[in-house]
Design a protein around this ligand. Sequence first.
Ligand code: PBG
Length: 299
Amino acid sequence: MHPAELVLPLFVREGVSEPLPLGSMPGILQHSIDSLRRTAAEAAEAGVGGVMLFGVPEVRDATGSASCRTDGILNVATEAVAAEVGDAIVVQTDLCLDEFTDHGHCGVLDASGAVDNDATLVIYREMALAQARAGSQVLGLSGMMDGQVAAVRDALDGEGFHDTVIMAYSAKYASAFYGPFREAVDSQLTGDRRSYQLDPGNRREGLREAITDIEEGADIVMVKPAMSYLDVLADVAAASDVPVWAYQVSGEYSMIEAAAAHGWIDRNRAIEESLVGIKRAGADAILTYWATEVAGWLK
Ligand code: PBG
């Protein structure tokens, strides 16, 4: 394992001047723009390969309109981080509406309250352009709408962003392990995402989604969560001709931290073993909240 194979997810909150701690993810913060910049610079210094930015807006609406605006928190933060460390680390952004909608779903809703796949794609295209213009080098398409990779690739190419990379959360399962993340982004969601995320019992569909995304033009495909889906990760790694990433999600982080805080497991060994397992299953890179710390150990 090499530090450059690790990607650090970071949360940035609109309207705060000091970072705020997260109760469900000890050690992880909702950043101000300033602390975000500093934290990204520390990651770059440690040799971490990338930062994945998530925005927490002050105001939400039904269509998540702040996601597409130049002055939306994620786009402002991307510009700030790209200016600070854009040459030293790969600046990446979450391309999804859930942080920006007042109902918390990853897409817009139709009259019946169901997620409207194709109306969402229209917004994703605009969001992709806003993120690329702000300086994001890798767009993390995490919304699980059908056709999202093809739609975003078409929008980017149409505006000359041929080199902006699409990292598709291809095999994203409807998981309980995203629990702590919901606090991290102040999620407004009631209910679940089972109509668009994958069924945990379905192994083949994870592979099929990855292959579809590669055909649509994904530059990187991802499996998420990591630990409970290592079989899917191995399947995708064996079949993919593009890099395969895995996301060690919030619940995976918090479980190890909580057990370690009780003295029930050896924290550092457990962290290392969890990452080695993900790498062994076939991940070329791993999103992990421990990226900077582990990069320090590897150095
Ligand atoms: C959606 C998104 C989620 C995560 C990353 N992107 C939440 C979800 O799908 O419910 C979860 C990450 C984590 O749990 O660490 N924008």
